[in-house]
Design a protein around this ligand. Structure first.
Ligand code: FAD
Length: 824
């Protein structure tokens, strides 16, 4: 009995030491003291001696460097070198580009919540706020969605002029070149507000692309002074329209495989013989290409005649090519998912340009891939997450209003539990989108180039935006299906796949990028261990690896102990931040962070380099990381918004939804790990009491649904910077909002009318006739009758759909599309 008690004490002390991650020396001393107590009080000489021998056999080699390094660490280092995952040059460049930010804490197994709480909040300057309230609002006022998408297939000329004159394409360009030099957060707020407008799917990419990865961004970082002085003021003033062409028919996701070429040669330029290159390219899907005046081009450069040196294959290079040069083909258009922003192919054969067209000049030959990777994380943190957030916010407001206004079975449809489920998802995901958008844009302002966080934001916000658009369609039902000027929701649903596809198609982003890069980049030890193992100075390699490896083992023991303990306690008692209401979420995240740290290492250790090909496992680990990031962004946003108790259901919904996904992803990894003993061990440590998280309850869902349907400060905080036209009160969201308020204000009169119809006081069938009958029966006062007539008119305006003369619909079918001449 006593022996069992001692075993329990030893295990408990061991777990406590690991949980608190004490140093090896303190752990050795603590176990030594415990062993001394045990042998002095409870064991016979023989057993005591045996235990001390075992202890010495383990503790001495581990604690004595002269034994540990040559006899333990070196063989492990040799083995590590053998199983080291091989990285291609492009993967290496992607890994080296960008920085690790908050997502690194999620990998640590013990996130530092002080760090999160101390991050300065994202804020707008007066100038940025004025731009949002002024030019952004005015631009959206100029854009009639139906005319753009159905009739003209383009923005009206005055909107193009407005975009240029108001420097919408110069948000990232410094003031010294005539740009707006906005913060990343302000830039993101502009795109979010644009995304919330009815024509957001079309206007969004037009505004976003010149401010994202493209000529301006590349010039600012890598351009020569001459190039910057020439192009940046012209781009800022809208005198040049930029586009950037990377994607080819044969190189979509695998952008490194572009077959487009630049062959170094001599040729004539402005009447002189100069060294240049003959460019041959065939690009597609290029936003703004049909109207661009300057084409940023990525191609592979070759020097077969050795005009630049001995190397023949010079690598991916980026150049700026004016589109008015002979041989540059632009002008044809694709028609992206009913959002007709300017997008099209561009091609050219043997177009000669001087080497000075290379961004950064000759020094940057072959540096194109690095340039693109380094800039990608910034643009990817902003453009698509912001557009999709705006979309989700707009849909949340529209759908909440519609659920109040639309009546079936004599009640607003928002009263039905089925609709409330959809409204809860819409509200919860809109809150999560805005939280992640804000958090990630703020990272850029804090000086980060968050490569993993930007991939998380890109994938999850665009996916959630698409889910919100789908739920929105389901709630609006027939009203959403019938296209026409009265339909404010269908275009966002149709255009959602655009954001899913661009800047890294989503399946690829989830399967390969988030965890594929995250595991190595964010892991507290792996990248450094790889660096140490690759160090050619063998002695330094051993020293560094020795430090790292035992730190890594300590990290794993801590993750295992924390997983086990918090798997039993649910994280109770672990670090919980300053805001009491958020404590349960911080504590749950402590647990899942430890789980991620542990399971990652088990997966990496048992699968080695093959993990990157096991996309389903790697994607699930990415889901754990991503959902912890989403939950962190959400608690941070709650505090930044003023920690209003009314917002707590939204935080709870997002966190519970995220945690349920985390647990299902963890269980999915464990289920599919090929090494079954490792999987059993992981299961025991991570789920000692089984799965714990529950999806948000129906009760919580009902609270979110109520919040989305109730005008007020909470709904406004949920949908910040949502475009509502100040002038066109009878259209779009402005109309829906008026109808919602009128419906809520007259709810008692409506009830009275329903009751009178039910008890036979009123016998009319048609709602308009019922109102008139109620007036005649003096059920309503004259004032009440007027209000009910107004309400009826508003409700009709909201529920009406468009119909067309058959001839009008033929106009679209008449135009016959053709492939670009290059592609046929
Ligand atoms: C509207 C629009 C605008 C665009 N604008 C530009 C622009 O201005 N400039 C520019 O250069 N490009 C642009 N693009 C290209 C875009 O950024 C994507 O890179 C490109 O569309 C992806 O190629 P693809 O569509 O051919 O998909 P594919 O590469 O054919 O991929 C098909 C599917 O396979 C998946 N997949 C591919 N590889 C893997 C993998 N290893 N693991 C798992 N899944 C994988 C993808 O996720 C996708 O679901 C634009 C695209 C669109 C649609």
């Amino acid at each position: 009995m006593l022996a069992i008690a001692w075993i329990v004490v030893f295990i408990a002390v061991f777990i406590a030491l690991a949980y608190h991650r004490v140093s090896l020396k303190i752990a050795t001393a603590a176990i030594g003291v415990l062993l001394a107590l045990c042998t002095l009080t409870s064991t016979g000489f023989g057993l005591g001696l045996f235990l001390w021998l075992v202890f010495a056999a383990v503790a001495i080699p581990l604690n004595v460097t002269a034994i540990r390094k040559p006899y333990i660490t070196r063989p492990i280092l040799d083995l590590f070198r053998e199983v080291l995952p091989t990285l291609s040059a492009t993967e290496r460049t992607a890994l080296d580009a960008g920085t690790v930010w908050w997502e690194g804490e999620m990998f640590s197994g013990a996130p530092n919540w002080n760090r999160l709480e101390q991050l300065p909040p994202a804020e707008l300057s007066d100038e940025e706020q004025a731009f949002l309230d002024g030019p952004v609002q005015q631009l959206l006022d100029l854009c009639d969605e139906w005319k753009i998408t159905h009739e003209d297939g383009d923005l009206p000329p005055e909107a193009w002029r407005f975009i240029k004159d108001n420097k919408f394409w110069a948000m990232i360009i410094p003031k010294q070149y005539g740009g707006l030099e906005f913060s990343a957060y302000a830039h993101s707020c502009v795109l979010s507000k644009v995304g919330s407008g009815p024509a957001g799917g079309t206007v969004g990419p037009i505004v976003a692309v010149p401010n994202s990865l493209g000529p301006a961004e590349l010039l600012m970082h890598y351009g020569t002074d001459e190039q910057k002085d020439h192009y940046l003021p012209r781009l800022a003033a809208g005198e040049e329209i930029p586009c950037f062409g990377l994607t080819s028919p044969h190189a979509g996701s695998d952008a490194g495989a572009i077959p487009d070429q630049g062959i170094v040669c001599k040729g004539e330029w402005n009447g002189e013989q100069v060294l240049g290159m003959k460019l041959t390219w065939d690009k597609r899907y290029i936003t703004l290409a049909p109207i661009a005046t300057v084409l940023g081009l990525a191609f592979k450069m070759y020097d077969p005649d050795g005009l630049l040196g001995e190397t023949t294959e010079l690598g991916v290079t980026c150049a700026l090519v004016p589109t008015d040069i002979e041989g540059v083909n632009t002008g044809r258009r694709h028609y992206p998912a009913s959002a007709p922003f300017q997008n099209g192919p561009t091609w050219g054969d043997d177009v000669f340009v001087p080497l000075s067209f290379i961004i950064g000049g000759q020094d940057m030959i072959g540096q194109g891939w690095r340039m693109l990777m380094e800039c990608l994380s910034v643009g990817r943190s902003i453009s698509l997450p912001s557009g999709s957030t705006g979309d989700a916010i707009g849909n949340a407001r529209l759908t909440g209003a519609y659920a109040v206004v639309r009546r079936q079975f004599n009640v607003s449809i928002g009263a039905f539990e089925g609709i409330q489920e959809a409204l809860a998802r819409i509200g919860g995901k809109a809150y999560a989108c805005e939280s992640v958008r804000r958090f990630t844009a703020n990272a850029v302002d804090l000086g980060e180039k968050p490569s993993v966080a930007s991939a998380i934001a890109k994938y999850h916000v665009t996916t959630m935006g698409q889910q919100v658009a789908k739920d929105t369609m389901d709630v609006h039902a027939g009203k959403a299906v019938m296209l026409g000027p009265s339909n404010p929701v269908a275009r966002s649903f149709q255009a959602a796949p655009v954001n899913i596809t661009v800047e890294g198609a989503n399946i690829l982003t989830r399967s390969m990028m988030i965890y594929g890069q995250g595991a190595i980049r964010c892991h507290p030890y792996v990248l450094d261990e790889i660096e140490a193992a690759n160090n050619e100075d063998k002695s330094a390699a051993l020293d560094d690896f020795d430090d790292l490896f035992y730190g890594h083992i300590g990290h794993d023991f801590a993750a295992a102990a924390r997983s086990l303990v918090m798997g039993i306690t649910g994280g109770l008692g672990s670090a919980g931040g300053k805001t009491d209401a958020l404590k349960p979420y911080y504590q749950a995240m402590n647990r899942y962070s430890a789980n991620l740290a542990l399971l990652s290492d088990i997966a990496m250790a048992t699968l080695g380099g093959s993990l990157k090909f096991r996309e389903s496992i790697s994607a699930r680990l990415g889901d754990v990381l991503s959902n912890l990031y989403i939950a962190s962004a959400t608690v941070k946003r709650f505090v930044e918004d003023g920690a209003h108790a009314d917002d707590l259901p939204l935080v709870q919904w997002v966190c519970e939804d995220a945690f349920a996904t985390v647990e299902s992803a963890l269980a999915g990894v464990i289920r599919h790990l090929p090494n079954r003993p490792a999987a059993w061990l992981a299961s025991l440590l991570i789920f000692p009491l089984g799965l714990h998280a529950r999806v948000p309850s129906d009760e919580l869902g009902r609270r979110i649904a109520a919040l989305v349907q109730q005008p007020g400060a909470t709904r406004d905080r949920l949908t910040p910077r949502c475009y509502i036209s100040a002038d066109k009160k009878d259209e779009g969201l402005a109309l829906f909002e008026r109808a919602m308020i009128a419906t809520l204000d007259n709810a008692e009169l409506q009830k009275k009318l329903v009751k009178a119809c039910k008890d036979g006081t009123i016998t009319a069938d048609h709602p308009a006739e019922q109102i008139e009958a109620a007036g005649k029966a003096e059920l309503f006062t004259a004032e009440e009758l007027r209000r009910m007539r107004d309400l009826y008119a508003l409700q009709m305006a909201v529920i009406r759909v468009d119909d067309f003369d058959p001839e009008e619909l033929k106009s679209v079918a008449k135009k016959k599309p053709a492939a670009s001449p290059k592609s046929v």
